[in-house]
Design a protein around this ligand. Structure first.
Ligand code: M6R
Length: 615
């Protein structure tokens, strides 16, 4: 999704803007631009990468003491230079705006402003903001007030940064429904949509809250909150020290962030489970102070999420129903939010999200609350995200920043957290003996090592990837708790290699998809040695007998023998309850190496964004 960086200082801030934009690239974008005040507003825009913008900066000698910059992921209007941000308005003193999010009532405002003589040069909703502020400035004269008055007319979720040609000594920024933070520096102040963009300048961060509007100068700033009052009251916001290491957002020795993040999984899972490793028993307080009280009241679970996080929820359903003996529903957030489902006050609603900013997940949780659900839990990787602030309980996955658009370490840490939730629920409802609890803690302690061992299949997967990359379609099969893992494998493959891939519960094969099977349709199967292995083997026979080519990820003791058109990679361990976490690893590696073979942009697949902050 879009990214914002802005800076105001006593030195040239263009290098800060470019570095910040490059750190925001992972969010996904299709154009980039910046504006600086340099004897008037100097605007540069490109549909190329941030590095192209860097070349324009050199060619056009862009520099300045204040500026705002943006990476755009198109929503309103095609990806093109004229739709790229910043957008300008005004005549005598022009203003420039960058914007993340969506203005829902942009059409009505556009009609009004056109009638007043404003000329639109783009198809974006953002340009409406620029003209609206310019219009308010005609009466108000003060940019800060003009911004506050304009925001009162905007509907939607957004974060913006605004500059005025005549007053380059300030930047005005605002947040409403989309993340925005201020960086407080020694020699300047900064604004960004993501703290990683500020690492080169400052670690002192203020997370703006809903309705906050701030004015930044090079040596000071002020924040007002306009949520209940158009012109707002001054508010104090805490300055937090960011502990994000720059290594966490740099590639290091890896070729891609996805590769780095796949290999970080042992440590990401170890960090997420650290509190359990050091304990003899699992404490409900890991989910918040109220957890014990709430967990003891709940009788069923409703999980809401999107994409990979939704797949984590699907795995959790098997665990929660079999171990904690509670009914568990898992819903796609974009569907749930528009459905009139029946609320049960004894339900714990669990929102799962890596970013904590996914618009559909946030809206679905709100919907659940409006329907009458009282208890909510967030499982999330970003401590300062909107999701974390929205729920009564929370558990932070400690995967570290995930930069690759394809979610990897977020997924396995979500699974580890959901297993912990399952065990905690089972314990509180007296379904787990001390011995069983000790056994599970032991297995969790072993998980990072088991993941490390699972990663050793890399070289075998690389060989498979060569032939796989030539295919146009693929089927993924799994049964039971490994069916959602097959879904996750198919999502990873299609997302980054652009090979069409679908997952089926293996038992469903003969009810339709078997018709697709021929020697051009590789079939990937997940074959753990569990109680469904015998059934799965029969399903594999059905494929084999029809000339299909099988790629099977089996447990070491699954006894599946290689033959013509039946390739097997074995995972070294058979880990029971934790098996879905381990079986994820080879599928991630397969997607990664197939994408490499096909030469796609692994970390920034076409058309996709890292955090989907729009509906
Ligand atoms: O940040 P979230 O976990 O809420 O994101 C949900 C999905 O957008 C995300 O998992 C998406 O499906 C990934 N690109 C998959 O790799």
């Amino acid at each position: 999704m879009c990214g914002i960086i802005g800076a105001i200082a006593n030195v040239d801030i263009v290098p800060v803007l470019l570095k910040g934009l490059s750190r925001l690239e992972y969010r996904g974008y299709d154009s980039a631009g910046l504006v600086v005040v340099n004897d008037g507003l100097q605007r540069l825009r490109t549909t190329g990468r941030v590095s192209e913008l860097g070349k324009l900066v050199i060619q056009q000698k862009a520099c300045g003491l204040a500026g705002i910059a943006h990476t755009r992921w198109a929503t309103h209007g095609e990806p093109s230079e004229r739709n790229a941000h910043p957008h300008l308005s005004g005549e005598k003193s022009r203003i420039a705006v960058v914007h993340n999010g969506i203005i829902e009532n942009h059409e009505a405002i556009r009609i009004r402003l056109k009638a007043k003589g404003f000329k639109f040069t783009s198809d974006t909703d953002t340009e409406v903001i620029a003209h609206l502020i310019a219009f308010k400035l005609q009466e108000e004269k003060d940019l800060f007030k003009a911004v506050c008055l304009s925001l009162a007319e905007l509907q939607g979720a957004y974060a913006i940064a605004v500059m005025e040609e005549a007053h380059p000594e300030r930047i005005v920024v605002a947040r409403n429904g989309a993340p925005l933070l201020i960086g407080v520096g020694k020699n300047g102040n900064f604004v960004a949509s993501d703290s990683s963009a500020l690492l080169q300048s400052t670690r002192n961060i203020i997370y703006l809250e809903e309705g906050d509007v701030a004015e930044l100068h090079s040596h000071n700033y002020r924040i007002v909150n306009c949520l209940h009052n158009q012109l707002g009251d001054i508010v104090e916001r805490t300055i937090h020290e960011s502990h994000l290491s720059s290594d966490a957002v740099e590639l290091g020795p890896y070729a891609h962030f996805m590769q780095k993040e796949i290999f970080e999984q042992p440590s990401a899972v170890a960090n997420t489970l650290e509190m359990v490793f050091n304990a003899q028993s699992i404490s409900p307080n890991l989910f918040g102070n109220e957890a014990e009280n709430i967990f003891s009241r709940v009788k069923n679970i409703l999980i809401i999420a999107c994409g990979t996080s939704y797949h984590a929820g699907l795995v959790a359903r098997y665990w929660i129903e079999s171990v904690a003996k509670m009914p568990c529903n898992v819903e796609i957030a974009s569907e749930y939010r528009y459905r009139d489902s029946i609320a049960d006050p004894n339900t714990l609603v669990v929102g799962i999200s890596q970013s904590g900013e996914t618009a559909d997940t946030l809206a679905a949780l709100n919907h659940a609350k409006k329907l009458g659900h009282h208890y909510s839990l967030a499982i999330c990787n970003v401590p300062e995200s909107a999701l974390i602030r929205q729920t009564s309980l929370r558990f932070l996955t400690r995967a570290g920043p995930e930069i690759g658009v394809a979610s990897t370490k977020a997924f396995t840490t979500q699974l580890a957290s959901l297993l912990l939730l399952t065990v905690t629920l089972a314990k509180i409802h007296h379904l787990l003996s001390k011995d069983e609890e000790r056994h599970i803690i032991g297995a969790l302690r072993h998980l990072p090592v088991a993941l490390q061992i699972a990663l050793q299949v890399e070289s075998q997967v690389k060989i498979w990837a060569k032939s796989f990359a030539k295919k146009r379609h693929a089927l993924f099969l799994g049964r039971g708790v490994h069916y959602p893992i097959a879904m996750e494998g198919a999502l990873k493959l299609k997302e980054i290699s652009y090979i069409h891939a679908e997952a089926y519960a293996a038992g469903e094969l003969k009810h339709g998809p078997l018709a697709l099977v021929d020697n051009e349709m590789p079939v990937v199967a997940i074959a753990p040695n569990d109680q469904l292995l015998g059934k799965l083997k029969s399903n594999l026979q059905e494929v084999h007998a029809r000339g299909g080519e099988l790629y099977v990820f089996a447990d070491v003791d699954a006894q599946i023998i290689e033959s013509k058109n039946l390739h097997v990679i074995r995972l070294a361990e058979h880990t029971g309850l934790l098996s879905p976490i381990l079986h994820t690893i080879p599928l991630q590696l397969l997607a990664y190496y197939v994408a490499l073979e096909r030469g796609t942009d692994v970390d920034k697949p076409r058309n996709l964004a890292k955090a989907v902050t729009v509906e």
